[in-house]
Design a protein around this ligand. Structure first.
Ligand code: MN
Length: 299
């Protein structure tokens, strides 16, 4: 009888041991399938598994760096269990999980799930890394003080991140008058895509506004709906793939990317290519974080 033949493991990159073992992995992927405060459509709870499944079909050789990045070790955690009663509890649960992994000297990559979770991760990172700032890439400002009765709604995620550290926004092209005024009055650097097309000057502006240690929070709706329709609240006029990568590379060239999250994939809203795009973005950001000239992460 012939040996049974199995697919690769359903972990990020489809990696086998030892490349996916916890002990040796520098990078830990934390899937958080949670979408309880979403106001328009649910579905981002299916995002993490869709990204992980797509990543198993992705080439692990990176042309830009001329190497296979996964050999540094990428471990995929089990899904973080949602707290169903209260978004505040869920954000705390994310904080505790991320802090525990940071304390084990891992770089934590959260896959969402809705964007309301990011402040929990940022809180943990801000305790671990001095002089942290956040680059928030999103079609929406997410600057509401509260939304539908919760301070921890997805519409408030950037505002909550400000509780922990400075934040720079890029890609925003949809916000309320109150949010617009708040950004102006508080002096927050928010590069609205309608005012700031992606040019080398913009990238220079963005990077000069960030501190030494940078956490990047990506709401996938920052991308244009033509390449990323699988989001709960799509918005026209977004970044294209190479524009987004140019911004990320610009940051990696000048700062240390200490961690990041990839949020808001809602697979059933779009074609399979969206999950593949999200998976490749995740891997690409791992590369920028680990291979950056000043990252200090490299083997
Ligand atoms: Mn958004």
């Amino acid at each position: 009888m012939s040996e049974p033949i199995y697919y690769p493991p359903r972990v990020f990159g489809g990696l086998y041991a030892p490349d996916s073992g916890f002990e040796r992995s520098k990078v830990v992927v934390l899937p958080v399938p949670y979408d309880s405060t979403t106001s328009y459509k649910t579905g981002t709870r299916e995002g993490p598994q869709a990204i992980i499944d797509a990543s198993g079909n992705m080439e692990l050789f990176d042309i830009e760096f001329g190497r296979e990045l996964h050999t540094i070790g990428i471990h995929t955690m089990s899904d973080l269990q949602p707290a169903v009663n209260d978004p505040t509890d869920m954000v705390y649960r994310v904080y505790a999980a991320v802090l525990s992994l940071l304390n084990q000297d891992k770089m934590v990559v959260m896959l969402g799930g809705e964007h309301s979770l990011s402040p929990g991760a940022v809180r943990a990172y801000s305790e671990k890394f001095p002089n942290l700032s956040v680059l928030h890439l999103d079609a929406h400002a997410d600057m509401r003080a509260e939304y539908l009765g919760s301070r921890y709604s997805h519409a408030c995620s950037a505002r909550r991140i400000l509780d922990y550290c400075p934040l720079v926004q890029a890609g925003v092209r949809s916000l309320s008058l109150d949010e617009y005024n708040f950004i102006k009055e508080a002096g927050i650097k928010s590069y609205l895509l309608d005012e700031w097309p992606v040019t080398p000057a913009l990238i220079e502006e963005i990077t000069s506004s960030l501190s030494d240690n940078v956490y990047i929070s990506v709401d996938l709706d920052v991308l244009d709906p033509s390449i990323m329709s699988a989001v709960g609240t799509p918005e026209p006029g977004g970044l294209l793939w190479k524009e987004l990568l140019a911004i990320l590379k610009g940051v990696a060239d000048r700062h240390r990317i200490v961690g990041f999250d990839i949020m808001e994939l809602s697979p059933r809203e779009g074609p399979t290519s969206c999950a593949f795009t999200a998976a490749k973005l995740t891997y690409k950001l791992m590369a920028y974080a680990l291979e950056s000239p000043i990252s200090g992460h490299s083997e």
